[in-house]
Write a protein that binds this ligand. Structure first.
Ligand SMILES: C[S@@+](CC[C@H](N)C(=O)[O-])C[C@H]1O[C@@H](n2cnc3c(N)ncnc32)[C@H](O)[C@@H]1O
Length: 352
């Protein structure tokens, strides 16, 4: 009996396994990067995607497999590690799901998407619900290869896409650890004002963009000030970053925080737990994170404006079971629209 399946980011299988062990959801087996656990789904910061309702289904033929999937719902994505030809034949009998790259700041897909894999040629594992709206958790963008001075801007794009919000023209942003300027470039390109703080200089092209101000100093020396967005991509131990962000959060002066937690060598699961325990905060491994997590925090006054989409299916405190209301929200978000808008495909219909 498989209670949940967790898709590990490449090379981070051991980190995910340790997180799940601590959360009381031990892994019974691996299927490629998919960790199969007999326990009910738990909140996982490290999983790229969590299959929240997996069921094993006998699939004696290609037709039987496709029929079983179609009988459950319309839209499915495959996670294939072997039996490729048979999997392709099954997929060919299902409505096509295109995972076209997003053109930022286009919204994340909202279509209902399930996931399946062949555990054996005649045995499917299929989950009609999963935590990520993206195919195998892969949030891909049409990249800008000319403007930004580093590829780090993709993390900021993904964070904003997961939030369903981004800096707007006229808003004030702080970008801590900004050099060479990928994040500041992305913020300025949205028309917001950004103060870039780093001990190293910005790329001159970014420094010259309208709305960009540079401060050559340590982010740790700053006192809280009123900003709509506080971004941090500083290289620092997560515990040190936690201590730095605490006064900003306590001040009530910040609208939203997006900060990268960077791990060197061993993963500091205790520091992760400390971030996840901050009220209004979430930690998540995004597709563009390396050995990193992204911390999101929303000021309660901003959150009061509506449900924060980053909450959907993502971590509360590591170790806690995903709350029932969160699972219902996963279902609610995944259950509304049938058909496209999966990775940007056109919407084709609604639940009758
Ligand atoms: C990964 S880079 C940031 C990349 C950046 N987000 C981008 O998009 O180009 C990390 C940066 O943190 C900066 N940094 C490290 N310690 C810092 C500190 N105490 N104050 C400000 N910046 C710091 C480093 O100088 C480095 O430029």
């Amino acid at each position: 009996m498989i209670g949940a399946a967790y898709l590990a980011p490449e090379g981070l299988e051991a980190t995910l396994a340790e997180e799940l062990r601590r959360a009381g959801a031990p892994i019974a087996a691996w299927h490629g990067r998919l960790a199969l656990s007999p326990a009910p789904p738990v909140a996982s910061a490290w999983a790229l995607d969590t299959w929240t309702a997996p069921r094993e289904i006998a699939a004696p033929s290609v037709k039987a497999a496709a029929d079983a999937l179609r009988a459950m719902q319309r839209n499915w994505q495959a996670y294939n590690i072997d039996h490729h030809r048979r999997a392709a034949l099954i997929a060919a009998r299902l409505p096509p799901v295109k995972a076209r790259p997003l053109v930022f700041p286009e919204p994340a897909p909202t279509g209902h998407l399930g996931a399946w894999t062949l555990l054996a040629p005649d045995r499917l594992l299929a989950s009609p619900t999963k935590s990520s709206p993206f195919v195998n958790g892969e949030c891909r963008f049409v990249e800008d290869r000319a403007g930004p001075p580093s590829r780090a801007y993709l993390k900021l794009w993904e964070a904003c896409t997961r939030l369903g919000d981004w800096p707007r023209p006229g808003q004030e942003c702080l970008d801590l650890g900004a050099a060479p300027g990928g994040w500041s470039w992305a913020i300025a390109a949205l028309g917001a004002r950004v103060t870039a703080v780093d001990k190293a200089p910005l790329d001159p092209r970014v420094a010259a963009m309208p709305g960009v101000t540079m401060r050559l100093e340590s982010a740790f020396a700053l006192a809280p000030e009123r900003v709509d967005w506080l971004f941090s991509d500083i290289i620092a131990y997560p515990a040190r970053l936690h201590a730095m962000l605490a006064p900003w959060i306590a001040s009530g002066l910040v609208g939203r925080i997006v900060a990268t937690l960077k791990f060197q060598g061993e993963t500091d699961h205790d520091a992760t737990a400390a971030f996840a325990a901050i009220p209004g905060g979430r930690v998540m491994h995004m597709f563009h994170n390396k050995h990193e997590l992204t911390f999101f925090w929303t000021n309660p006054s901003v959150a009061a404006a509506g449900i924060d989409p980053v909450r959907i299916g993502e971590a509360r405190a590591p170790g806690s079971q995903i709350a029932k209301d969160d699972l219902q929200r996963v279902g609610a978000v995944a259950g509304g629209i049938v058909g496209g808008d999966v990775g940007g495909e056109d919407q084709v219909g609604r639940v009758p």
